[in-house]
Design a protein around this ligand. Structure first.
Ligand SMILES: [Zn+2]
Length: 131
């Protein structure tokens, strides 16, 4: 595969990946089974350039989470909100939890990924909803 091949998964950018979460999302897997998130040109674990897109599992499990009380300026999110690192098996995804308070989130809570778009900035926001 050439560097300029637009169909190559390694050329896929973060925004496109975030948008794909609305339809379930995907991750990058190398020939040795290491998962990573785009944009990627090489496997971060073994350096393989033999990468393919694999569908994300429908749900993941909360691995760690924290309640944010003071938002960084310009982030556009009203505190308090909950951020979580969600384990999808071979990849971990970080995002904001929607519809669950910090009291309702626990390690192992099943969530599904989604994407929200800030119309003002065009920025994508990875979010998790109760599965
Ligand atoms: Zn690898």
């Amino acid at each position: 595969m050439s560097e300029s091949d637009p169909a190559a998964p390694a050329d896929t950018g973060y925004d496109e990946w975030a948008d794909s979460l609305a339809e379930g999302g995907y991750f990058i897997e190398c020939a040795n089974g290491h998962g990573s998130l785009p944009p990627r040109r090489v496997c971060p674990e073994c350096g393989s350039t033999d990468l393919a897109e694999e569908a994300l599992p429908e749900t993941g499990e909360v691995e760690t989470f924290s309640e944010i009380h003071v938002a960084p300026s310009g982030f556009g999110e009203d505190p308090p909100y909950v951020t979580a690192v969600v384990n999808f098996g071979t990849v971990r995804v970080t995002g904001i939890v929607r519809g669950l308070s910090a009291d309702e989130v626990a390690i192992g809570t099943a969530v599904r990924p989604d994407v929200e778009r800030n119309d003002a900035t065009g920025n994508r926001l990875v979010v998790f909803r109760s599965a």
